[in-house]
Ligand binder design. Structure first.
Ligand SMILES: [Zn+2]
Length: 474
């Protein structure tokens, strides 16, 4: 063997290795096997609070059978991307709240329920947005809840209690998110301006003074082209999708589009964007299947916006994620009435039942607000006839509704509406196990550079560790 042959063989061998490497990397934007390696420039987290695979299956089935549409969360993010599952328990219990769930997913540390990225020893841990900012990235926070609600807060700042709304807003002013969109104007404004702040600070004016464009309705948001944007569209949470006034409050997809438009301006180091749909959790607490269905469809439209962005910007990692399941959603079969336990007296969730859900025009929360604390039979009948066509309320549920009694100890949210929810369950087969959160693991879908890190059955703290690793913070 002479040296020339060895040199030639080495060149061929190197060429083969390069070919294998190119094949393994796959085409740009197309995940291979367990997903792509690499480091993303931009990260988009699409977060549906209170959703686990049952909710996603519900969104997929109803989108297909009621709208003849696909469902991007399952059909693209989970099917074509990297699929993972997360355990969700907090430091001090089996069941998590949103604060502890998001804190673990932001910092990589377990905290007690109600804490915002602060461990029981009082230590403040670096949040995902703080880490992103420290790496020179632009940051955006979007929520259909108040922007200072538990999940967006835990991804951004630190507080002993999720109820420290004013302190959370004060920290936002220091953190300076380039984009901040959602509800919650109340803790940005002092009492004299109609807000709830206990000092005299007008935080909206403070952001404007620092150069942020301020928008307060959908048209202003959609027309905006500023690089730094504060959008507060309601004093408190934005409405459920089922009840939303589209002129006043933008959809999750519109907010996602606006956030991406702002963040990609002047973006040499990339951005991290967190988009939360909180309606999915609120609908779960109210055991409101119709509101959940609409919220899931609205979330999916926003996920489609993120996927389209990823396709035109393959250096972007898109994640679909959640913090816990809400409501113990249980579409099932049950007896039509209690006259017989025969299988002939059984109701299965089918398209006809789903069409009944589609016919509902006001959320259970909206119904409870209209009925007030002292509902009457006349009010109830009139509202049901108007907003719940085809539904009839059984005598036992009517009595509970009028008396304002919960049906069980595990239905503590929206007490006057649990009977309405059970009315819908009895006639559609879509039951619920609780008014609170459950321990169902949540699904993660990932597409883009770094997606492979999210594969498999992980802990919610791993989600943060993966992200902070991709940011180079760990
Ligand atoms: Zn919740």
């Amino acid at each position: 063997m002479n040296n020339g042959w060895i040199a030639g063989a080495t060149v061929v061998w190197r060429g083969l290795l390069l070919l294998v490497a190119v094949l393994a990397a796959g085409c740009a934007g197309t995940p291979v096997g367990y997903g792509q390696a690499g480091t993303p420039k931009n990260i988009i987290i699409m977060f549906a609070d209170g959703t686990a695979p049952t909710q996603l299956e519900f969104g997929k089935y109803t989108a297909r059978h009621l709208r003849n549409e696909g469902f991007a969360v399952t059909d693209i993010m989970l099917r074509e991307g990297t699929l993972g599952l997360l355990s969700t328990h907090p430091a001090n219990a089996f069941i998590t709240d949103s604060a502890a769930g998001a804190s673990a997913m932001s910092t990589g540390h377990k905290v007690n329920n109600f804490a915002i990225s602060m461990t029981p020893d009082g230590q403040r841990h670096t949040t995902l947005m703080q880490a992103a900012k420290a790496r020179g990235k632009r940051i955006g926070i979007v929520s259909t809840a108040t922007v200072y609600d538990a999940s967006p807060a835990a991804f951004s700042v630190n507080a002993a209690d999720r109820g420290d709304s004013q302190a959370i807003v004060d920290q936002y002013l220091q953190l300076e998110p380039d984009v901040l969109l959602g509800g919650g104007a109340d803790y940005f404004l002092p009492a004299k301006a109609g807000g709830k702040r206990k000092d005299n600070t007008d935080v909206i004016a403070a952001f404007a003074g620092k150069g942020w464009q301020v928008v307060r309705n959908t048209a202003a948001l959609n027309a905006n082209s500023a690089a730094r944007l504060l959008g507060l569209f309601s004093d408190e949470d934005l409405d459920l999708e089922l009840d939303r006034d589209a002129a006043q409050e933008p959809s999750t997809a519109e907010m996602t589009t606006a956030a991406l438009k702002a963040l990609e301006r002047d973006n040499p180091n990339g951005f991290v964007l967190f988009v939360e749909n909180e309606n999915t959790d609120t609908a779960g607490h109210a055991n409101d299947a119709a509101a959940l269905m609409r919220a899931l469809w609205a979330f999916d439209k926003a996920v489609q916006v993120a996927i389209e962005y990823q396709r035109s910007h393959p250096d972007t990692l898109v994640l679909v994620a959640a913090d816990h399941e809400t409501g113990g959603l249980s579409p099932t079969y049950a007896q039509i009435d209690m006259s017989s336990m025969s299988s002939k007296n059984r109701l299965y969730v089918d398209v006809a039942r789903l069409k009944m859900l589609e016919g509902i025009t006001l959320s259970i929360k909206g119904m409870a607000e209209k009925l007030g604390k002292k509902p009457t039979n006349e009010m109830l009948d009139a509202l049901l006839a108007k907003h719940y066509p085809g539904f009839k309320i059984d005598a036992d549920l009517r009595e509970a509704m009028i008396k304002g009694q919960p049906l069980e100890r595990n239905f503590s949210y929206f007490v006057t509406s649990t009977a309405l929810s059970r009315m819908v369950s009895r006639q559609t087969g879509i039951y619920w196990g609780t008014g609170g959160h459950t321990v169902q693991p949540v699904a993660i879908g990932a597409i883009g550079p770094g997606a492979r890190l999210f594969h498999g059955y992980q802990d919610n703290t791993d989600f943060a560790k993966n992200l902070q690793r991709l940011l180079g913070a760990q």
